[in-house]
Design a protein around this ligand. Sequence first.
Ligand code: ATP
Ligand code: MG
Length: 411
Amino acid sequence: MYTIPKGTKDVLCEDAYKWHYVEKTAKETAAKFGFREIRTPVFEHTELFLRGVGETTDIVTKEMYTFLDKGNRSITLKPEGTAGVARAFVGGVQQNGTLPYKMYYITPVFRYERPQAGRLREHHQFGVELYGSESPLADVEVISLAKSLFDELGLKDLTLNINSIGCSACRANYNAALKKYLGERLGEMCKECQSRFEKNPLRILDCKEEKCKEITANAPKVIDFLCDDCKSHFEGLKAGLDAVGIEYKVNPQIVRGLDYYTKTVFEFVSNAIGAQGTVCGGGRYDKLVEEVGGKPTPAVGFGMGLERLLIVLESQSLIDGVEKETVDYYLASIGENALEFNLRLAAKLRAKGKSVEFDLMNKSVKAQMKYANKIEAKSVIVVGDDEISSRKVRIKNMQTGEETETDIDSI
Ligand code: ATP
Ligand code: MG
């Protein structure tokens, strides 16, 4: 027997309905905001992620699935959804597209991480991307979309944390102050942070090592270094969220794990599932499109972890009421004639849009009924020689137990 690769999961047929429910709700919510689906490859040239995600991020330094293909090209399985979308936008949309361009995706994501509850090596994200608008109202739209989805699913106990990490101008002032603070404590920090210090000091704020976290807890906050433009953008975001009645906390600690963020960053955190509580992370990335070779295009979006979302939904018993995927009719057969009859009846019912199963295992009638119960068929029709000659059958509603007699030809 083969074992499944570490950090990956199968979704078995019994559970697929939960995924379909979440995916369908996500797609419908995206449509309400005028976002359309975009699909990009599962793998890209490694270079795209080095540029897009950033060479000093955890994702690029530790987590990517990178390999040489048979043509000796360096290929990487997507470790996040945004860089591929930006590449597709630049190559396929930017020339003739009208802005804003609003996209969503549902995609597998691959990261070589230490697997634990809510942390996998292959996980799935629902993500949205809004390209072309600088307005803080675009940020509000994206956050509202996530919030609407959570509301539609019935989620409780979610906190929205927001912050602004400014533009490159504010970042220059901030980096100087941060380096001054960290410089005096560099010896106490982990090796990686020591190397981040010169290349990308902001990244140190995202370090997961305890000793580094202790040090950064009292570091200067980027929000205190915003230029006038970034400040008023952040004010616009807060005013917009207030206007639509979305509650938030300003949390100056969040910087997010990808280098492409500018101005707004945000997270929805669930208090229901402990350490891996961040269900959705996003923000603005006004430089990314340029970074991957396009014309300057402001952008904002988020990525939502679907496994984590499902963990929260299950912990709040919000999946219990979701309808399972079952057949409309199970046709039980008594004898050879009935089986052949049911074969034809199934075809007829399917042509009318019904879902139908009948016995393929030569089971006894009792075993067929047991099976119909097990698969939770909505109705069962038992067909034997009597039913065929009288052309009358009884349809049993499996939920209520009620039976109704009907003409075979009028089913
Ligand atoms: P974390 O801080 O938990 O590692 P992150 O900052 O790396 O999260 P993002 O890159 O913003 O996360 O990804 C968006 C969302 O995808 C996260 O909020 C989370 O819900 C989900 N996610 C990220 N990594 C994993 C993983 N390894 N397994 C399952 N879900 C994940
Ligand atoms: Mg991570």
